[in-house]
Design a protein around this ligand. Structure first.
Ligand code: PMP
Length: 427
């Protein structure tokens, strides 16, 4: 009987052809924004093609630019030891471990990397996963549940927000780095929830500042909460030997329940990890969906990260160089009258300019003068605090830093003198 089929086909053909991605309101919104930017001549600063390895300098269209847009904090990307370790692992194990470690089995490099990361953090154990973002999502999503509370700094990374959403726990933000507000939230909410997790970052990548970890630890102890610290931007950056925020404050790393980090920045690889007690890491290895149901870290990526861990341990002078560069950038920018917000001068220094369009135009002006530094615009930051964000590495020279600051100040002054670049372009 063809009747039901014919009826279904007729119904489908009568239906307006609504399902086309370009009809989605959010897609249209983005297209509109792009069209408006094109109209006033703001070139898209994102997704620019680069050739070759980006360190203190990067090649765009074959031309070298001073580069302030990469997380290659201690310059290990492309280091001969890192490349050799990646190649060696690739030659021995191929490009993939082809399945979750639970079924595909363990290979020595996974354990070696996890032991190295545990050593760096000064804790018992670690577990590596295939991305930093996925590590936060699955760990928080898995450990917390409905009836629990997660207290987060308002500037925590998207992966943390996604993890809390997945978990079903209640999330309350405290204003950025306002630990009095955190305490108030603990006082008024602790008793209403079973487990409470406080999440902060070791270095905030929008503002370049970090919390008073001693006080955060005291608070979580006083109010019986767990503490998670995302060290994506602080490992290799803070502390005399780059061991992160615990070393910076002289804190026993075991007093934090969950350390999180990524392999994509200081460790010049790709992947994420949790470091902490053996109980926690063993539990995640048999139950966190992002570990259990996802492939193990690939051999070359693990090899690169192992070599990077060793280099961080062997060459603390890289950290010293990075710290000297960050401090120099911050001091110089302040002298030039730039608004660097609350940055403490460790690897991340924003220059806050106001409107998103001003930040985008300034970024293009910088590029025209040989400097690659990207704008951070709404909605990543509030509309009035759009900025150019400078990532400083151990590979920059003081000359590059001074030039970048001087040109930024000069171009920003010109834009301001023009009486609001966007308004003028729109007239
Ligand atoms: N946490 C923080 C604080 C981050 O900034 C990032 C990425 N920049 C991540 C987690 C995710 O790491 P990855 O990019 O290695 O996935």
């Amino acid at each position: 009987d063809r009747q039901p089929v014919a009826a279904a086909q007729k119904a489908a053909s009568n239906k307006p052809k609504a399902f086309d991605f370009k009809n989605l309101p959010q897609v249209q919104q983005l297209q509109l924004q792009r069209a408006a930017a094109d109209m006033i001549g703001i070139e898209n600063p994102f997704f620019r093609p680069h050739d070759g390895l980006a360190a203190g300098t990067t090649l765009i269209d074959g031309k070298p630019y001073d580069n302030f847009a990469s997380y290659n904090y201690i310059g290990l990307n492309g280091h001969p030891d890192v490349n050799a370790a990646a190649k060696n692992a690739l030659e021995t194990f191929g490009t993939s471990v082809s399945a979750s470690r639970i079924v595909a089995g363990e290979r020595a490099f996974h354990a070696e990397l996890e032991q190295g990361l545990a050593r760096i953090h000064g804790v018992e154990s670690a577990v590596v996963m295939v991305s930093g973002h996925a590590t936060n999502v699955t760990t928080i999503g898995h450990l917390m549940k409905k009836g629990d509370l997660v207290l987060t700094d308002t500037l925590v990374h998207n992966s943390i927000a996604e993890g809390v959403r997945l978990s079903g726990a209640t999330r309350i933000n405290f204003p950025h780095d306002d630990l009095d507000a955190l305490e108030q939230l603990l006082i008024s909410n602790r008793h209403k929830f079973e487990n409470v997790l406080v999440i902060v970052e070791g270095l905030y990548s929008m503002d370049g500042d970090f919390p008073d970890l001693k006080r955060v630890i005291k608070l979580k102890q006083d109010y019986d909460a767990w503490l998670m610290v995302d060290e994506a931007h602080s490992i290799g950056v803070l502390g005399k030997t780059g061991r992160g925020i615990a070393e910076h404050f002289g804190i026993d790393p075991q007093s934090v329940e969950i350390w999180m980090g990524t392999l994509s920045k200081t460790f010049s690889s790709c992947g994420g990890y949790i470091a902490g007690s053996k109980v926690l890491c063993d539990y995640l290895k048999v139950s966190a969906p992002g570990f259990v149901f996802s492939v193990g870290l690939s051999p070359a990526l693990a090899g690169a990260a192992i070599a990077s861990v060793k280099l961080l341990e062997r060459e603390p002078e890289r950290v010293a160089r990075l710290q000297a560069n960050g401090k120099h950038f911050l001091e110089y920018a302040k002298q030039a009258g730039l608004d660097t917000g609350p940055s403490r001068g460790y690897a991340v220094v924003p220059v806050i300019v106001g409107e998103s369009a001003t930040a985008a135009i300034l970024s293009n002006k910088l590029l025209a003068r040989g400097i690659n530094a990207l704008p951070i615009i709404f909605p990543a930051v509030p509309e009035k605090s759009a900025r150019i964000r400078y990532f400083i590495t151990s590979e920059h020279t003081f000359e590059q830093i001074e030039r970048a600051v001087a040109i930024t100040a000069e171009e920003l002054a010109k834009l301001r003198k023009d009486g609001g670049a966007v308004e003028r372009l729109l007239q």
